[in-house]
Write a protein that binds this ligand. Sequence first.
Ligand code: MLC
Ligand code: AMP
Length: 467
Amino acid sequence: MLLTALDGRYGDSADALRVDGAAMSREELLAAAGAVAARIAGAPALAVLARPGLETVIATVAGLLAGVPVVPLPPDAGPKEREHILRDSGAPLLAVASQDRDTEAHGARLLTVDPSERAEAPAPAPETGTAFVVYTSGTTGAPKGVLLSRAAVAAGLDGLADAWAWTPEDTLVHGLPLFHVHGLILGVLGPLRTGGRLVHTGRPTPAGYAAAGGSLYFGVPTVWSRIAADEAAAAALSGARLLVSGSAPLPVPVFDRLAALTGHAPVERYGMTETLITVSTRADGERRPGSVGLPLTGVRTRLVADDGSLLAPDGETVGELQVTGPMLSDGYLGRPDADAESRTADGWFRTGDVAVIGPDGFHRIVGRASVDLIKSGGFRIGAGEVEAALRDHPAVADAAVVGAPDPDLGQAVVAFVIPSGEVTGDQLTAFVAERLSVHKRPRRVVLVPELPRNAMGKVLKKQLLEP
Ligand code: MLC
Ligand code: AMP
C-alpha cells in the first residue's frame, strides 16, 4: 500500500492535514478521495489543477486509490502550456476546486472536487503501474511527462524517511507548489506514508513557516534565504527538529546564517523529477555546507567523463553525475528519443548535473552541463521553451534566454531579444506569462541589435552572461 498512513495504523486527528488554512483528518481524506475515485475509475489519467488546497490533495489521493495516473497541472500555466500537458498526457478528466469550475479544460471533462463528499474507498489498486506523470522542462521544446511508478514513489519516500528519521511524530511544514516532486510527492505523500501531520502554508512565506510550529520543514533555497533574512521568523524555527533544503543549490552563507539563527544546520538533498531524491545529508550524520551528502539507501552514483570513462571519487575531479536506484522514473511519456538520450545502456540516468564526489562519499553539485536549463526559485525552466514563446511575438526577430545569477532566486530568467518592430520589455514579459507558467516569464528583457554567435551561428550564451 502506497499511502500506508491512510489505514489508520498511526492514529488520526481532526487536523492531520492542514492546507492553506483548511483542515481534515486522514479518515475524512480517505472518504472524500473515495468519492472522487468512484467517478474516475477506469480513466487512463486524471489531470489535477494543482492549487494549494485540500481539493488537490483529495484528487491526487483519489487517483492513487483508483490506480489512475495523476497529472499535476500548474494552476498558472498559460493556455499553451496547459493545452500541451492535457493533450500530451491524454488525460480525459481535469479535477478542479469549485472556484475553478469555469476553467478552460481544452477538451478534457471538468470534475469538481467537493471536500465534504464521502464514499467508501475502492478496493486497493495494484501496487504496480504509474502513479504520476509530472511535466518538466528540457533544454528545448515543450515540457516532457515523466512517468513515476508507485514503486518508485514508495522507494523514494522510504529512502527519505530513513535519511531524515521521519516518523509519525513529525509535523511537516511547507508551502511549496503542489505540481512538482518537492511539494506534492515529498511534501504531501510523505506524511501520508510516514504517518506524520502536514501543515501546508499556502505560500512558502517566512511568516507562514514561523507560525506553523512544525518539527520538519521543507524549502527551496529562495525560501530559506528569505527566512534567513527575517530574524524573527528564523528564531521561531529553533524548536523544530530538521530543516531540509532542496531543488537548487543552497548557498553556503544562507546555510551558515540559518544555522546561526535557528540552531539547526540544514539538511540538503539533491534530486530530479526523473529520479526523485537520490542523495542527501542525514539527520544522524554530518551536515556539511555546500554538500548534498550521501546516496540514499538503494541508490548508486558515479561520475563520468565526456568520453564515458569513470572518474575517481577523489574530492577534486569534476564529472557528470549518473544515478541508479529503485526511485528512478520509467522514462518520458511517448518520448523514446529522450529516454535513449538520458539513459546509459547499463541503466543509469544521466542527470546533466556536474558534481564532485569525495573519498568519504559526500557529493557536491558544482553546476549543470547545459546553460539552457535554468533553476529560478527552485523551478526548472528550459531556455528553449521561453525563447520559442518570445519568437511567437510578431515584433520579435530572435531571442536568447539565460539564467543570470540572482541573490534571491539563484538564477533569474533574462531574455535578450532582437526586435523586428515596436515592442517593450514589459509587453514581452506579459506575452510570455500569457502562454507559459508565470515563473517562466523573464525577470528582465534586454533589447539588442544582434546576438553574439560562433562560426556555426550558435548563440554564445556564456558571453551574454558576462557582466
Ligand atoms: C514573478 N513576479 C513577477 C515576475 N516574476 N512580476 C513581474 N515580472 C516577473 N518576471 C511576481 C510574482 O507573480 C509575485 O506576485 C511576485 O512577483 C513575487 O514573485 P517571486 O519573487 O517569484 O516570489 P514568489 O512568487 O513568492 O516565488 C518565490 C518562490 C517560488 C520561492 C515562492 O519560486 C516557488 O514557489 N518555488 C518553488 C519551486 C519548487 O517547488 N520547485 C521544486 C521542483 S521539484 P504576486 O502578486 O503573486 O505576489 C524538484 C525536485 C527536487 O526540483 O529536487 O526537489
Ligand atoms: P527538477 O526536475 O525540477 O526536479 O530539477 C532537477 C534539478 O534541480 C537537478 O538536475 C539539479 O540541477 C537541481 N537540484 C536539485 N536539488 C539540488 C541541490 N540540492 N543542489 C543543487 N542542485 C539541485
